[in-house]
Structure formats: C-alpha cells, structure tokens
Design a protein around this ligand. Structure first.
Ligand SMILES: C[S@@+](CC[C@H](N)C(=O)[O-])C[C@H]1O[C@@H](n2cnc3c(N)ncnc32)[C@H](O)[C@@H]1O
Length: 452
C-alpha cells in the first residue's frame, strides 16, 4: 500500500538542497529516507531514482529546457528550475509515467509552493517538450565535440576538455558511457571470519544473489597477479533490500569495496608482522583489507583527520573483529617525528577530486572545479612530502586516488620520483571506469631503496 506522502515534493526539496545549497546528494537522499522510514519500498525506489536520475542528467535536462523556454534555466527561480528539471527527467527517462500526469503534478506543485503565477509557464514549457522534445538533437559531435559530450553525458565542459586532451574523443566517450552502466555491488570476504565458500552459503541463506567476479582481463605483471588473487575471495551481490540489515554484514563477514580499491592491499602485499601506516584511512576499507591479509599479526595504524572519521574506522575494526588494526586521529599534513622510518608499508590513499567515482557519487562532477582540483594537487603533495619519511628502508609506499585526472595521478607520481630520489617506482596503473571494477582508480607503488 502506498502512503499519502507527495514523493515529488520530497524530491524537489532534495534537488534544492543539492543544487542551491551545495549539499551532497547521497547524504541528503539518505537523510530523507531515514526521516520518512514509513515510505514503502516502491516509493523509496521512486524517490531515489527520480532524485539521482535528475542530478545525473542535469546538464541534458537544462539543455532541453533552454531549448523550449524563453527564460533560461540559470535565470529562473530556484524552485521552478528544479521542478522543471525533475519533470523533464520523468518525461524523458520514466516511460511508465503518462506525460499528462507529469505536467499536472508539476503545475500542482508550483501552485502549492507559492508560484501560482508561474504555473502556466511551467505547464507551457513541459507541454512543448512533450510535443517537440523527441525532435531535439544533441549538439553535433562533428562540429562541437566537447559540447556534444557535455550534454549527452551531463558532465561539465572543463572536465571533458581535460579528458579529451588526455584520452582523446573516443576514449572519453567510452569512459563517460561506462559511468552510466549498471554497476554490480562488489564485496570481499573477511577471511579472518569465514572462507569465501562459507560466506557464499550464508549469503544464499539470506536470499542474496552471489556471483564470483570472474576473470578480469589484464596485462601481465603485478596487477594481473593481484587481480587473480581477488578472484578467490571477491563476489558480486544483488537482490537484497537493505545491506546493513543483512546478518552477514552485521557480523563483518564481508566488506563492500570496488575491485579497483581492493587492488591497493593486494599491491601493497603485506608480510606477516609488518607495521603499516595508512595516513588517510577512513572509513578503513584499505586498512582493514591489509590487516586481514596479515591475519592477526603485525599492526595497521589507520589514521584520519577528525574524531568523526576515526569513529567510522573504529566501527569497522569492531565489526570485522580485527585485533591488528587501530584508529588514530592525526593530521597528515603535520609532521610526526615518532613515525619516521617506522612503516614497512605506507599507504597514501589521499583526498582527491573523486572524478573516477562519478558513476556512484552523482553530483561530484558539479561540485568539483578546476581551482579546487589545483588545490587538491597541492594538498596531495604537501601530505606526501610530510609522510614519505615514515617508510623504512626497503619499505613500500602506495600512492592512490579515485580519480582519472593526470595532474593528480601520473604527474604526482613523477613528482614523487623527482622529490624523493630514494624511492623507485615499481608499478603504476590508471584504471578507467569499467576496466577493473566500476570506478576509475589510480595506484602507484614505490619501494624505498637502501641508503647509499
Ligand atoms: C580517499 S579517502 C580514504 C579512503 C580510505 N583509504 C578507504 O579505503 O576507506 C581520503 C580520506 O582522507 C582524509 N583526510 C583529508 N585530509 C586529511 C588530513 N590532512 N589528514 C588526515 N586525513 C585526511 C579524509 O577524511 C578521508 O577520509
């Protein structure tokens, strides 16, 4: 049975929070779903799809609206532009909803929210899109390739420009279309609690569909071997309502992680008894993986900036039952004399622009700017400069990010080599979305040579 809540109005408020008040969509959507717990499964699914879909296709929606409205989107009242965006999304992407229902609901909402005088305008724009929208073409790829990709995939022009320069038009289009692929949720077995086969059985008993990850094509070398090892204990899961309510989740039998991120611990290749420092560790995905690989031996010091973040790490340590991992609140930009030459493995999975995960974090593309990205490159270098002395002779340094931007990745790896001649780059890989897992991810691995 559906409730009487106006889901469209909730979505409208979500869009206003995200687009006009600079809030993150996944946090706003989660808090609305938490507040309206009584919504039934269908309503929750509709709310999530409409909110996420509208944000994901926002530039395309604006292009359509601007093509049929005299007043441009950026000049409209915030409530009206967001109402139009979510209505056009329904017209274009939600075939089961009759066009007339979309228009009527939008008009009702405009009136309800105090814009009676603009309800005719809303109706007019939407009815024109119903009549003529199908004939509207994307910008011509041959004439305006950047604008074509920008509108078709709703990714801001500055990002497209950088990627076209780095990867060329065709590969950029492949990257962008991979962001829109349905992505399976991947998990790795916590082998300190159960075997992969036991986990599989437990999940099946909870009516979850579990599949092996299968073979991922990769060139030879360290990455291929690391991916090969993951095949033994990583799975794809689907057909569950609420992950956190699964007993296997509560028991810490698995950790949800993209395959590309799982490669960090496998590439770090910890030995039993190693001392590991992860300088930016929350919520603890890579740290807990390394701790599991060391099987109760050694120690992983998982550091992060705030207590809120170290609490998240603590929660993961507790749930996964890890005796060889601890959370420490520490600012990675501040030099810690006591850590010098302490680590066999130093993990630097640093704050980054996150553009490799825009398939999951839908609004990151609108929040990131070129100026913010430049600042991030500086922060990454500042952190690296501060923490690299923490690694022992013959120790390993991992520098990774969840972006596909060269300035933060390859260029920073080259900077590390220049700045720290005692470090040798032994492996480096830029994974593009859909290549190994669903995220775009970068890993580089260095070894600290003996003092001369
Ligand atoms: C990419 S995330 C780390 C993800 C984590 N490695 C994992 O796999 O679960 C980057 C982290 O860096 C932390 N961070 C940002 N600035 C920091 C600083 N100055 N010192 C320590 N941690 C910082 C953020 O709080 C965030 O949790």
């Amino acid at each position: 049975m559906t409730t009487n809540t106006n889901i469209r109005e909730l979505v409208l408020d979500i869009l206003i929070e995200v687009n006009e008040k600079d809030q993150y969509s996944h946090l706003v959507i989660r808090s609305v779903l938490d507040k309206y717990q009584y919504l039934d499964k269908k309503e929750r699914a509709f709310l999530t799809r409409l909110a996420e879909g509208t944000i994901e296709h926002q530039i395309e929606m604006d292009y359509m609206i601007d093509s049929f409205s005299k007043v441009k989107v950026r000049k409209m009242k915030p409530l009206i532009r967001n109402l139009l965006r979510m209505s056009v999304y329904q017209l274009r992407y939600m075939d089961a909803i009759p066009d007339s229902a979309v228009c009527n609901e939008a008009v009702k909402l405009a009136k309800k929210r105090g814009f009676r005088q603009l309800s005719g305008f809303v109706n007019g724009v939407l009815r024109s899109i119903v009549r003529e929208g199908d004939k509207l073409l994307y910008p011509d790829a041959a004439i305006e390739p950047k604008r074509y990709l920008e509108v078709k995939y709703s990714v801001p022009g500055w990002i497209i420009k950088r990627w076209m320069k780095a990867y060329g038009f065709e590969q950029t289009e492949t990257i962008l279309s991979n962001f829109y692929q349905e992505s399976p949720l991947t998990i790795r077995t916590n082998r300190t609690k159960c075997t992969p086969e036991e986990l599989q059985t437990r999940l099946i008993n909870e009516q979850v569909t579990v599949e092996r990850i299968g073979k991922i094509p990769a060139e030879s070398g360290e990455f291929k071997d690391a991916l090969g090892r993951l095949e033994d204990y990583a799975f794809k899961i689907s057909d569950f309502d609420h992950l956190q309510s699964l007993q296997t989740f509560q028991d810490g039998d698995f950790y949800v992680q993209d395959l590309s991120s799982m490669l960090v611990a496998e590439m770090a290749a910890p030995k039993k008894g190693d001392y590991v420092i992860d300088v930016c560790a929350a919520p603890g995905g890579k740290s807990s993986h390394i701790a599991e690989l060391m099987d109760g031996t050694g120690m992983v010091e998982a550091r992060d900036l705030t207590e809120y973040k170290t609490d998240l790490i603590e929660e993961n340590i507790r749930r996964h039952g890890l005796s060889n991992m601890k959370a420490v609140c520490m600012d990675a930009t501040v030099f810690d004399r006591d850590s010098v030459e302490k680590a066999d493995i130093l993990v630097c999975d640093l704050p980054c622009s996150g553009l490799g995960v825009m398939g999951k974090k839908t609004d990151i593309r609108y929040k990131m700017t070129e100026a913010k990205e430049k600042e991030l490159v500086q922060l990454q270098r500042q952190i690296l400069k501060t923490v690299i002395p923490y690694v022992k002779e013959n120790g390993t340094v991992i520098y990774s990010t969840c972006t596909i931007d060269r300035a933060e990745n390859e260029e920073n790896a080259a900077w590390i080599e220049r700045e720290f001649p005692e470090l040798s780059l032994v492996a480096m890989k830029q994974m593009l979305p859909g290549e190994a897992g669903n995220d775009g991810f970068f890993i580089s691995k260095f070894v600290r040579r003996k003092h001369e």
